[in-house]
Design a protein around this ligand. Structure first.
Ligand code: SF4
Length: 230
């Protein structure tokens, strides 16, 4: 089985087990952008509380947030954790949005430019930038994260020191450029990571990526992927 087939196989196993994940769990592009920053280093239930606070106060829009001081914003988003840091990061993103003439204008930039602009914002790294590019702008950029690394590494599909860009390339070089596919695939990886492939100990029994009782599809094909990651 070639690399593309292995990656598609993983995807189909996850989709068959979990079904569509309906990401991103947020309404407007600005809500998604805000959520992408708030979700750094925390789980989504905390983010949802912070977003609910913003919505209840009628503040989930760039102009309204920009009118708040960093301190006021930090208090409202406190449930998301690291609230002072995240308030500063949101302020940095708001500055970029204002500089670009609004959310729509920013998100209409060509993909590479949009990514570069986002990466230029202090506090926005590759995962957050790509989440915005994929989920807010709908562009076909694959988002990888700690779950992706853990799962691929535990199956011997990548080396331990495989970095963000190598993992991203692995998916983007072998799957069709399809924002809907990338959207669903990343969401499914997060789901299996949370439910089965826990950091402390994997729960392989019942996991859709466990090959128990079948051809050991992942470990047998691992060398194909390793070849791609020099
Ligand atoms: S829980 Fe086990 S089978 Fe599932 S992804 Fe992790 S290592 Fe693979």
């Amino acid at each position: 089985m070639r690399t593309a087939a292995v990656l598609r196989d993983i995807y189909h196993r996850l989709l068959a087990h979990f079904g569509p994940q309906h990401w991103w769990p947020g309404g407007s592009p600005f809500e998604i952008m805000t959520g992408a920053i708030l979700t750094q280093n925390t789980n989504w239930s905390n983010v949802a509380k912070a977003i609910a606070n913003l919505k209840a106060a009628g503040l989930l829009a760039p102009a309204q947030l920009a009118a708040l001081s960093a301190g006021e914003l930090a208090e409202i988003i406190r449930p998301a954790g690291y609230h002072n840091l995240k308030a500063a990061r949101l302020k940095n993103l708001l500055a970029l949005i204002a500089e670009q003439g609004g959310v729509e204008t920013l998100l209409a930039q060509p993909t590479a430019m949009l990514r570069e602009l986002l990466l230029g914002v202090k506090g926005i790294g590759p995962e957050t930038a790509d989440s915005i590019v994929l989920y807010a702008a709908g562009r076909p950029v694959f988002v990888v994260d700690a779950y992706t690394h853990r799962i691929l590494f535990r199956h011997g599909l990548i080396s331990e020191d495989c970095d963000y860009f190598q993992m991203q390339e692995l998916f983007m070089d072998h799957l069709e450029e399809d924002a809907a596919l990338f959207n669903e695939y990343h969401a499914l990886i997060v789901r299996v990571g949370k439910e089965f492939c826990k950091k402390s100990k994997p729960r392989c029994e019942g996991c859709p990526l466990s090959a128990a009782g079948e051809e050991d599809f992942l470990s047998q094909q691992a060398w194909h992927l390793q070849d791609d990651l020099i």
